[in-house]
Design a protein around this ligand. Structure first.
Ligand code: ADP
Length: 260
């Protein structure tokens, strides 16, 4: 349905990027933000001008993952809000506005307003790809993104466990209802990749997300192993995807699958 059919004014807003890809999960803690950040890093590696919008209003983690926890707040320039930049990725995050440790206690309309502002008032420049790190669940923020910009599609992140998969299915259903295509599923923590011997161990049982993707008729974009480097890197503000180890390669493969 068109914007006007939904009772909203038709806004001639310039799209913030040629491709806008939302990264979502039904459940928190499945590594959605880690995957979103590293997919952005992988896009940079693929030579694309890339931005990341951290729409996880209640638990913004992009500042930490990108090593910008102590960065100054966002500035308004002549052409709108100026994004920060780290590892080649242009970034905006609620975390830059409210401080990482302040709990955000906001009502739905404020969340919607903040997300709209990020989508329409940031000077993203000439981006090939904008990755949106969505908050978990299916609420106001999801609708604000779905209705606030021409989203190319959504990538759903899940772990192999049934519970996380059930929630991923709900997230997929929400985007389906808003007629945003599901670009595919990424299975995070697919297996434990031992940093010492390089052997993979299937802790949660592997392949759940692949089966789920088949069930909902969406592409399966790849497996990201459980690897201590990912957590360490996130805590230190490094992006694993910027390196060239096996985990970085897994992210580049997933990004390529997401972009095809
Ligand atoms: P979400 O955005 O889904 O809440 P996060 O991306 O914040 O989840 O990840 C939760 C925690 O798990 C973080 O400490 C992160 O570093 C860690 N993590 C995520 N994915 C992996 C992985 N594949 N291997 C190791 N640690 C991971």
């Amino acid at each position: 349905r068109s914007r006007q059919a939904q009772g909203q004014p038709a806004k001639p807003v310039r799209a913030p990027a040629r491709r806008i890809i939302a990264v979502a999960s039904g459940k928190g803690g499945v590594g959605k933000s880690t995957v979103a950040a590293n997919l952005a890093g992988a896009c940079v590696k693929l030579g694309l001008k890339t931005g990341l919008m951290d729409a996880d209003i209640y638990g913004p983690s992009a500042p930490r993952i990108f090593g910008l926890s102590d960065a100054p707040g966002l500035r308004k320039g002549d052409d709108g809000i100026e994004p920060l930049e780290a590892h080649g990725v242009k970034l905006v995050s609620m975390g830059f506005l409210v401080g990482e440790r302040d709990p955000v206690v906001w009502r739905g309309p404020m969340v919607t307003g903040a997300i709209r502002q990020f989508l329409t008032e940031v000077n993203w420049g000439d981006l090939d790809v904008l990755i949106i790190d969505m908050p978990p669940g299916t609420g106001d923020a999801q609708l604000a993104v779905a209705q606030g910009a021409p989203i190319s599609g959504v990538v759903i992140v899940s772990t192999p466990q049934t519970l996380a998969l059930d929630d991923a299915r709900k997230a997929a259903a929400l985007f389906d209802r808003t007629e945003i295509p599901i670009l595919g599923l990424i299975e995070n923590m697919s297996f434990f990749l031992c940093p010492h011997c390089g052997e993979g161990t299937e802790i949660f049982g592997r392949g759940g997300a692949r089966a789920e993707a088949e069930l909902i008729g969406a592409p399966f974009l790849g497996e990201i192993p459980l690897h201590p480097e990912l957590r360490e890197a996130s805590d230190e503000g490094r992006l694993v995807a910027s390196g060239d180890g096996p985990v970085a390669k897994a992210f580049v493969r997933a990004a390529e699958a997401m972009l095809t």
